[in-house]
Design a protein around this ligand. Sequence first.
Ligand code: PEP
Ligand code: MN
Length: 353
Amino acid sequence: LTKRTKRLIFPSEIFEEIEDFKQTRSPVIVSLQPDANLGAIKKRLTELGQWLSSEERDNNGRVSLVLAAHSTKVKPEQLLGIAGVAAVSMPTSVHPKIEAQGPSVDVDGVRVGGGAPVFFAGPCSVEGEEQIFEIARAASQAGASFLRGGAYKPRTSPYAFQGHGEPALLWLQRAAREFHLKVVTEVMSEATAPLVAERADLLQIGSRNMQNFSLLKEVGKTQKPVLLKRGMSATVEEWLLSAEYLLVHGTKGVILCERGIRGFDTSTRNLVDIGTVALLAHVYRLPVIVDPSHGTGRKDLILPLGRAALAAGAAGVMIEAHNDPGSALSDGPQALTLSELQQTLAQLKREQP
Ligand code: PEP
Ligand code: MN
Protein backbone atom coordinates (compact mmCIF):
# COMPACT_ATOMS: atom_id res chain seq x y z
CA LEU A 1 0.00 0.00 0.00
CA THR A 2 1.28 3.46 -0.82
CA LYS A 3 0.51 6.60 1.11
CA ARG A 4 -2.03 7.55 -1.56
CA THR A 5 -4.17 4.55 -0.81
CA LYS A 6 -4.60 5.48 2.85
CA ARG A 7 -8.19 6.18 3.67
CA LEU A 8 -10.43 7.38 6.43
CA ILE A 9 -13.39 5.37 7.58
CA PHE A 10 -16.24 6.97 9.49
CA PRO A 11 -18.54 4.24 10.74
CA SER A 12 -22.01 5.65 11.14
CA GLU A 13 -23.61 5.21 14.52
CA ILE A 14 -27.11 5.61 15.77
CA PHE A 15 -27.73 6.48 19.37
CA GLU A 16 -30.60 7.97 21.26
CA GLU A 17 -29.20 8.65 24.68
CA ILE A 18 -25.80 9.60 25.96
CA GLU A 19 -25.83 6.55 28.22
CA ASP A 20 -26.15 4.31 25.15
CA PHE A 21 -23.57 6.37 23.37
CA LYS A 22 -21.01 5.73 26.08
CA GLN A 23 -21.34 2.00 25.60
CA THR A 24 -21.61 1.93 21.82
CA ARG A 25 -19.14 4.56 20.72
CA SER A 26 -16.60 2.82 18.53
CA PRO A 27 -12.92 3.30 19.29
CA VAL A 28 -10.26 4.72 16.98
CA ILE A 29 -8.67 1.82 15.07
CA VAL A 30 -5.32 2.21 13.35
CA SER A 31 -4.73 -0.48 10.69
CA LEU A 32 -1.14 -1.11 9.73
CA GLN A 33 0.50 -1.97 6.43
CA PRO A 34 1.82 -5.54 6.21
CA ASP A 35 5.45 -4.44 6.41
CA ALA A 36 4.90 -1.84 9.13
CA ASN A 37 7.43 -1.30 11.91
CA LEU A 38 5.20 -2.02 14.89
CA GLY A 39 7.63 -0.75 17.51
CA ALA A 40 8.20 2.58 15.75
CA ILE A 41 4.48 3.10 15.27
CA LYS A 42 3.69 2.40 18.92
CA LYS A 43 6.41 4.84 19.98
CA ARG A 44 4.99 7.56 17.72
CA LEU A 45 1.46 6.90 19.00
CA THR A 46 2.66 7.30 22.57
CA GLU A 47 4.30 10.60 21.64
CA LEU A 48 0.93 11.75 20.29
CA GLY A 49 -0.78 10.87 23.57
CA GLN A 50 -2.41 7.70 22.21
CA TRP A 51 -2.92 4.71 24.47
CA LEU A 52 -3.34 1.17 23.22
CA SER A 53 -6.38 -0.70 24.40
CA SER A 54 -5.67 -3.77 22.27
CA GLU A 55 -3.65 -5.13 19.39
CA GLU A 56 -5.42 -7.36 16.91
CA ARG A 57 -4.08 -9.56 14.13
CA ASP A 58 -6.19 -10.88 11.23
CA ASN A 59 -5.68 -14.25 9.49
CA ASN A 60 -3.15 -12.70 7.14
CA GLY A 61 -1.13 -11.38 10.03
CA ARG A 62 -2.20 -7.75 9.48
CA VAL A 63 -2.13 -5.73 12.67
CA SER A 64 -4.79 -3.28 13.89
CA LEU A 65 -4.21 -1.13 16.96
CA VAL A 66 -7.28 -0.20 18.96
CA LEU A 67 -6.80 3.08 20.84
CA ALA A 68 -8.19 3.67 24.32
CA ALA A 69 -10.98 6.21 24.77
CA HIS A 70 -8.87 8.38 27.08
CA SER A 71 -6.26 9.01 24.38
CA THR A 72 -5.60 12.63 23.43
CA LYS A 73 -7.87 13.83 20.62
CA VAL A 74 -5.80 14.17 17.47
CA LYS A 75 -6.70 14.85 13.86
CA PRO A 76 -7.00 11.60 11.86
CA GLU A 77 -4.47 13.04 9.41
CA GLN A 78 -1.84 12.96 12.16
CA LEU A 79 -2.34 9.22 12.57
CA LEU A 80 -2.48 8.65 8.83
CA GLY A 81 0.82 10.50 8.52
CA ILE A 82 2.70 7.87 10.52
CA ALA A 83 4.84 5.65 8.29
CA GLY A 84 3.34 2.18 8.08
CA VAL A 85 -0.24 3.21 8.86
CA ALA A 86 -2.66 2.03 6.17
CA ALA A 87 -6.02 3.28 7.44
CA VAL A 88 -7.62 5.01 10.40
CA SER A 89 -11.15 4.38 11.47
CA MET A 90 -12.57 7.26 13.51
CA PRO A 91 -15.68 7.10 15.70
CA THR A 92 -18.39 9.53 14.74
CA SER A 93 -18.33 12.27 17.33
CA VAL A 94 -21.60 13.39 18.90
CA HIS A 95 -20.16 16.89 19.15
CA PRO A 96 -17.96 17.26 16.07
CA LYS A 97 -18.07 21.05 15.91
CA ILE A 98 -16.82 21.71 19.42
CA GLU A 99 -14.18 19.00 19.11
CA ALA A 100 -12.92 20.68 15.94
CA GLN A 101 -13.06 24.20 17.33
CA GLY A 102 -9.45 24.43 18.55
CA PRO A 103 -7.85 25.81 21.71
CA SER A 104 -8.54 29.52 21.31
CA VAL A 105 -11.44 31.86 20.67
CA ASP A 106 -11.06 35.41 19.47
CA VAL A 107 -13.33 37.87 21.24
CA ASP A 108 -13.17 41.10 19.28
CA GLY A 109 -9.36 41.05 19.17
CA VAL A 110 -8.73 39.39 22.54
CA ARG A 111 -7.61 35.79 22.20
CA VAL A 112 -8.75 33.47 24.96
CA GLY A 113 -6.71 30.25 25.02
CA GLY A 114 -3.47 29.21 23.41
CA GLY A 115 -1.44 32.05 24.95
CA ALA A 116 -1.00 33.95 28.19
CA PRO A 117 -3.83 33.55 30.72
CA VAL A 118 -6.72 35.98 30.34
CA PHE A 119 -8.44 37.50 33.36
CA PHE A 120 -12.12 38.30 33.77
CA ALA A 121 -13.06 40.51 36.70
CA GLY A 122 -16.01 42.49 37.97
CA PRO A 123 -18.91 42.47 40.35
CA CYS A 124 -21.55 39.80 40.62
CA SER A 125 -24.19 42.39 39.64
CA VAL A 126 -23.89 45.75 37.96
CA GLU A 127 -25.33 47.95 40.71
CA GLY A 128 -24.90 51.44 39.26
CA GLU A 129 -22.97 53.45 36.71
CA GLU A 130 -20.48 54.92 39.19
CA GLN A 131 -19.91 51.54 40.81
CA ILE A 132 -19.13 49.80 37.52
CA PHE A 133 -16.81 52.62 36.39
CA GLU A 134 -14.84 52.34 39.62
CA ILE A 135 -14.55 48.58 39.29
CA ALA A 136 -13.69 48.78 35.58
CA ARG A 137 -10.84 51.17 36.33
CA ALA A 138 -9.44 48.79 38.96
CA ALA A 139 -9.93 45.70 36.77
CA SER A 140 -8.07 47.36 33.95
CA GLN A 141 -5.23 48.51 36.22
CA ALA A 142 -5.00 45.00 37.65
CA GLY A 143 -4.52 43.59 34.14
CA ALA A 144 -7.92 42.05 33.44
CA SER A 145 -9.04 41.88 29.81
CA PHE A 146 -12.75 41.35 30.46
CA LEU A 147 -15.19 43.25 32.65
CA ARG A 148 -17.90 40.97 34.03
CA GLY A 149 -21.13 41.89 35.76
CA GLY A 150 -24.73 40.75 35.66
CA ALA A 151 -27.48 42.97 34.33
CA TYR A 152 -29.95 40.09 34.45
CA LYS A 153 -29.29 37.90 37.49
CA PRO A 154 -30.39 34.29 37.89
CA ARG A 155 -31.24 34.30 41.61
CA THR A 156 -32.33 31.23 43.50
CA SER A 157 -34.81 33.29 45.49
CA PRO A 158 -37.47 35.44 43.80
CA TYR A 159 -37.03 37.94 46.67
CA ALA A 160 -33.33 38.51 45.91
CA PHE A 161 -32.03 41.37 43.75
CA GLN A 162 -32.72 40.46 40.12
CA GLY A 163 -30.37 42.94 38.38
CA HIS A 164 -30.97 46.38 36.87
CA GLY A 165 -31.60 44.98 33.39
CA GLU A 166 -31.20 47.14 30.28
CA PRO A 167 -29.70 50.25 31.93
CA ALA A 168 -27.02 48.07 33.55
CA LEU A 169 -26.02 46.77 30.12
CA LEU A 170 -25.38 50.31 28.98
CA TRP A 171 -23.37 51.21 32.11
CA LEU A 172 -21.32 48.06 31.71
CA GLN A 173 -20.58 48.78 28.05
CA ARG A 174 -19.61 52.40 28.73
CA ALA A 175 -17.33 51.45 31.61
CA ALA A 176 -15.64 48.71 29.59
CA ARG A 177 -15.07 50.98 26.60
CA GLU A 178 -13.62 53.71 28.82
CA PHE A 179 -11.00 51.31 30.23
CA HIS A 180 -10.40 49.22 27.08
CA LEU A 181 -11.97 46.07 28.45
CA LYS A 182 -14.26 43.57 26.78
CA VAL A 183 -17.74 43.00 28.19
CA VAL A 184 -18.99 39.61 29.36
CA THR A 185 -22.49 39.43 30.81
CA GLU A 186 -25.18 36.82 31.22
CA VAL A 187 -28.08 36.29 28.84
CA MET A 188 -31.08 34.98 30.75
CA SER A 189 -33.84 34.91 28.16
CA GLU A 190 -34.43 34.45 24.49
CA ALA A 191 -36.28 37.77 24.38
CA THR A 192 -33.28 39.76 25.64
CA ALA A 193 -30.59 37.89 23.65
CA PRO A 194 -30.37 40.47 20.82
CA LEU A 195 -30.27 43.33 23.33
CA VAL A 196 -27.45 41.75 25.34
CA ALA A 197 -25.60 40.86 22.12
CA GLU A 198 -25.64 44.53 21.14
CA ARG A 199 -23.81 45.56 24.33
CA ALA A 200 -21.61 42.58 25.15
CA ASP A 201 -18.53 41.20 23.40
CA LEU A 202 -18.96 37.77 24.98
CA LEU A 203 -22.34 36.33 25.96
CA GLN A 204 -22.44 34.34 29.20
CA ILE A 205 -24.77 31.37 29.58
CA GLY A 206 -25.14 30.75 33.29
CA SER A 207 -24.92 27.43 35.07
CA ARG A 208 -28.69 27.29 35.54
CA ASN A 209 -29.28 27.73 31.82
CA MET A 210 -26.63 25.43 30.37
CA GLN A 211 -29.33 23.09 29.10
CA ASN A 212 -31.93 25.70 28.22
CA PHE A 213 -31.88 24.60 24.63
CA SER A 214 -34.21 27.26 23.25
CA LEU A 215 -31.97 29.91 24.84
CA LEU A 216 -28.87 28.26 23.35
CA LYS A 217 -30.45 28.35 19.89
CA GLU A 218 -31.41 32.01 20.21
CA VAL A 219 -27.97 32.97 21.52
CA GLY A 220 -26.46 30.99 18.63
CA LYS A 221 -28.36 33.16 16.16
CA THR A 222 -26.57 36.28 17.43
CA GLN A 223 -23.29 34.65 16.26
CA LYS A 224 -21.45 36.24 19.19
CA PRO A 225 -18.82 34.21 21.07
CA VAL A 226 -20.16 32.57 24.20
CA LEU A 227 -18.86 31.84 27.68
CA LEU A 228 -20.68 28.63 28.54
CA LYS A 229 -20.73 27.93 32.26
CA ARG A 230 -21.00 24.32 33.34
CA GLY A 231 -24.37 23.27 34.67
CA MET A 232 -24.02 22.51 38.37
CA SER A 233 -24.79 18.85 37.80
CA ALA A 234 -23.79 18.53 34.17
CA THR A 235 -21.46 15.83 32.88
CA VAL A 236 -18.67 16.79 30.50
CA GLU A 237 -20.62 15.17 27.64
CA GLU A 238 -23.72 17.22 28.41
CA TRP A 239 -21.61 20.37 28.64
CA LEU A 240 -19.95 19.69 25.28
CA LEU A 241 -23.33 18.94 23.69
CA SER A 242 -24.59 22.33 24.87
CA ALA A 243 -21.52 23.91 23.26
CA GLU A 244 -22.42 21.95 20.14
CA TYR A 245 -25.96 23.44 20.19
CA LEU A 246 -24.46 26.93 20.18
CA LEU A 247 -22.07 26.19 17.31
CA VAL A 248 -24.76 24.47 15.26
CA HIS A 249 -26.96 27.55 15.59
CA GLY A 250 -24.36 30.14 14.63
CA THR A 251 -22.08 30.92 17.60
CA LYS A 252 -18.59 31.87 16.40
CA GLY A 253 -16.65 30.37 19.31
CA VAL A 254 -17.33 28.80 22.69
CA ILE A 255 -15.22 29.28 25.81
CA LEU A 256 -16.10 26.85 28.59
CA CYS A 257 -16.21 27.94 32.23
CA GLU A 258 -15.83 25.51 35.13
CA ARG A 259 -17.65 27.09 38.07
CA GLY A 260 -17.94 24.14 40.38
CA ILE A 261 -20.42 21.31 40.53
CA ARG A 262 -22.67 20.13 43.35
CA GLY A 263 -20.75 17.92 45.72
CA PHE A 264 -21.84 16.21 48.92
CA ASP A 265 -19.78 18.55 51.07
CA THR A 266 -20.94 22.04 51.94
CA SER A 267 -17.55 23.25 53.22
CA THR A 268 -17.15 25.14 49.96
CA ARG A 269 -20.05 26.51 47.90
CA ASN A 270 -19.35 24.10 45.04
CA LEU A 271 -16.77 21.49 44.06
CA VAL A 272 -14.29 22.89 41.54
CA ASP A 273 -13.56 20.10 39.10
CA ILE A 274 -9.91 20.70 38.25
CA GLY A 275 -9.59 17.24 36.71
CA THR A 276 -12.13 18.20 34.09
CA VAL A 277 -10.31 21.47 33.42
CA ALA A 278 -7.19 19.43 32.61
CA LEU A 279 -9.26 17.02 30.49
CA LEU A 280 -10.78 19.83 28.42
CA ALA A 281 -7.51 21.72 28.08
CA HIS A 282 -5.15 18.85 27.38
CA VAL A 283 -7.25 16.08 25.86
CA TYR A 284 -9.99 18.02 24.05
CA ARG A 285 -7.69 21.04 23.58
CA LEU A 286 -10.48 23.53 24.21
CA PRO A 287 -10.41 26.94 25.88
CA VAL A 288 -11.68 26.56 29.42
CA ILE A 289 -11.58 29.15 32.18
CA VAL A 290 -12.26 28.70 35.89
CA ASP A 291 -14.49 30.79 38.15
CA PRO A 292 -13.16 30.21 41.68
CA SER A 293 -15.56 32.82 43.11
CA HIS A 294 -18.71 30.80 42.45
CA GLY A 295 -16.64 27.62 42.65
CA THR A 296 -15.71 28.03 46.30
CA GLY A 297 -17.85 30.93 47.55
CA ARG A 298 -14.81 32.05 49.59
CA LYS A 299 -12.55 34.95 48.79
CA ASP A 300 -9.63 33.40 50.69
CA LEU A 301 -9.55 30.46 48.26
CA ILE A 302 -9.49 32.46 45.04
CA LEU A 303 -5.71 32.76 44.77
CA PRO A 304 -4.93 29.06 45.43
CA LEU A 305 -7.74 27.94 43.11
CA GLY A 306 -6.63 30.42 40.45
CA ARG A 307 -3.16 28.88 40.64
CA ALA A 308 -4.58 25.37 40.40
CA ALA A 309 -6.70 26.36 37.40
CA LEU A 310 -3.79 27.80 35.45
CA ALA A 311 -1.53 24.89 36.38
CA ALA A 312 -4.20 22.50 35.05
CA GLY A 313 -4.26 24.27 31.69
CA ALA A 314 -7.06 26.83 32.09
CA ALA A 315 -7.02 29.66 29.55
CA GLY A 316 -8.03 32.16 32.21
CA VAL A 317 -9.67 32.90 35.52
CA MET A 318 -12.88 34.78 36.29
CA ILE A 319 -13.02 36.58 39.63
CA GLU A 320 -15.78 38.55 41.34
CA ALA A 321 -14.58 41.85 42.77
CA HIS A 322 -16.48 44.75 44.32
CA ASN A 323 -15.69 48.31 45.42
CA ASP A 324 -17.46 47.60 48.74
CA PRO A 325 -18.12 43.85 49.18
CA GLY A 326 -19.89 44.45 52.49
CA SER A 327 -22.71 46.31 50.75
CA ALA A 328 -22.87 44.22 47.56
CA LEU A 329 -26.41 43.37 46.41
CA SER A 330 -25.32 39.83 45.55
CA ASP A 331 -22.42 37.50 46.38
CA GLY A 332 -20.62 40.00 48.66
CA PRO A 333 -18.86 37.37 50.84
CA GLN A 334 -16.99 35.86 47.89
CA ALA A 335 -16.02 39.18 46.27
CA LEU A 336 -12.48 40.51 46.48
CA THR A 337 -11.93 44.17 47.25
CA LEU A 338 -10.37 46.15 44.43
CA SER A 339 -6.94 46.12 46.06
CA GLU A 340 -7.20 42.37 46.69
CA LEU A 341 -8.04 41.96 43.00
CA GLN A 342 -4.92 43.91 42.09
CA GLN A 343 -2.75 41.71 44.33
CA THR A 344 -4.34 38.47 43.19
CA LEU A 345 -3.94 39.15 39.48
CA ALA A 346 -0.39 40.41 39.98
CA GLN A 347 0.45 37.19 41.79
CA LEU A 348 -1.19 34.95 39.18
CA LYS A 349 0.51 36.82 36.35
CA ARG A 350 3.88 36.58 38.06
CA GLU A 351 3.54 32.83 38.54
CA GLN A 352 1.86 32.00 35.24
CA PRO A 353 2.85 28.56 33.96
C1 PEP B 1 -22.38 34.58 37.40
O1 PEP B 1 -21.25 34.33 36.97
O2 PEP B 1 -22.83 35.73 37.48
C2 PEP B 1 -23.25 33.47 37.87
C3 PEP B 1 -24.52 33.66 38.18
O3 PEP B 1 -22.62 32.28 37.94
P1 PEP B 1 -23.21 30.78 37.76
O4 PEP B 1 -24.12 30.81 36.56
O5 PEP B 1 -21.96 30.00 37.54
O6 PEP B 1 -23.91 30.45 39.03
MN1 MN C 1 -22.16 35.95 41.63
